[in-house]
Design a protein around this ligand. Structure first.
Ligand code: HXC
Length: 282
């Protein structure tokens, strides 16, 4: 579906690109010709992903950065612009999350998640966006949100609040910055197990099994599926898509939403009984 020169001449910056979904997107973008810039807190994983890309003869750069710090974001952008040129595409992928009863959270725990997900995403978008606008450079921003950005979810309240905020930023800037040639899109992934989600969100096997059962297609997502969607959305093939969020979850969130969806568990005999009762006249 994608040609190998799709992103030739493009520089793509991915936050949290060293692991999980960020890494999968980085490797795919590089295979499609992009120069990759990655930032995150852990140098070891950034370096490793960069080396994989460079070993394939492609260009990749990394800079350590905690996106809660606007100063660290600014230094990282200076470094990338000097070495790789102005990024053309920003992927706000870095996140922090863990499951916990909300009443067990401290203010610091709330701040840690909001700081990474909401503030970090806005700081990143703001700094690069200002540089794009100043230099009349067109751009695309892809934000990774979640289906509970609009439904909310028990046990991940700071993350739900932060991701809802990020989605609001996408929809707001899609309108405000379109006049500068800056496009905004988002992806809402369902279950795509990664090392980090296994540790923080599905820490015991029972939780992972429970989440998989919620997916109508009966399985979790594959990394290449989300990487391909990201490649399409940030490419020129999607140049008229702006302010949209694409869900990739096998139908998971809709299964929870439909009032009668619980009837999937009914047996043939129960359906027969229902037919007989509901067809009776009077
Ligand atoms: C309760 C917890 C906790 C837990 C940390 N805290 N983990 N409280 N239950 N499991 C509290 C700490 O006690 C502390 O509060 C505060 O949170 C900050 O913790 P630190 O470890 O000091 O913070 P920091 O090192 O900055 O780490 C941030 C983090 C961490 C979010 C807590 O988990 C992290 O860095 N995660 C990055 C990787 C990650 O989470 N990836 C998953 C993203 S997946 P006190 O008061 O004690 O000081 C994702 C997808 C969503 O977001 C959609 C899924 C379907």
């Amino acid at each position: 579906m994608f040609s190998k020169d799709l992103f030739n001449g493009k520089t793509i910056l991915i936050t949290g690109g060293g692991t999980g979904i960020g890494k999968a997107m980085a490797l795919n973008f590089a295979d499609l010709g992009a120069t990759i810039c990655m930032l995150g807190r852990r140098e070891s994983v950034l370096k490793e992903t960069c080396e994989i890309i460079r070993d394939k003869g492609k260009m990749a750069f990394y800079h350590t950065c905690d996106i809660r710090s606007p100063d660290e974001i600014s230094s990282s952008l200076d470094y990338f612009i000097e070495n790789a040129g102005m990024p053309d595409i920003l992927v706000n992928n870095a996140a922090g999350n863990f499951v916990s009863p909300t009443e067990a959270l401290s203010p610091h725990a709330v701040d840690a998640v909001l700081g990474i997900v909401l503030h970090g995403t806005i700081y990143m978008t703001l700094d690069l966006g200002k540089r794009w606008i100043k230099s009349s450079h067109k751009g695309v921003v892809l934000d990774i949100v979640t289906t509970y950005s609009w439904t909310g979810s028990a046990f991940v309240v700071p993350s739900a609040a932060a991701k809802a905020g990020v989605l609001a930023v996408v929809r707001s800037l899609a309108v405000e910055w379109a006049r500068y040639g800056i496009r905004h899109v988002a992806i809402a992934p369902g279950p795509f197990p990664t090392e980090a989600t296994r540790k923080n969100l599905f820490p015991i096997p029972e939780v992972e099994a429970m989440l998989s059962e919620r997916v109508p297609l009966g399985r979790v997502g594959k990394m290449e599926e989300i990487a391909n969607l990201a490649a399409f959305l940030v490419s020129d093939h999607a140049s008229f898509i702006n302010g949209e969020v694409v869900t990739i979850d096998g139908g998971e969130w809709l299964k929870g939403a439909g009032q009668f969806n619980g009837m999937l568990s009914l047996s043939e005999d129960q359906w027969k009984a229902i037919r007989e009762i509901s067809r009776k006249k009077g």
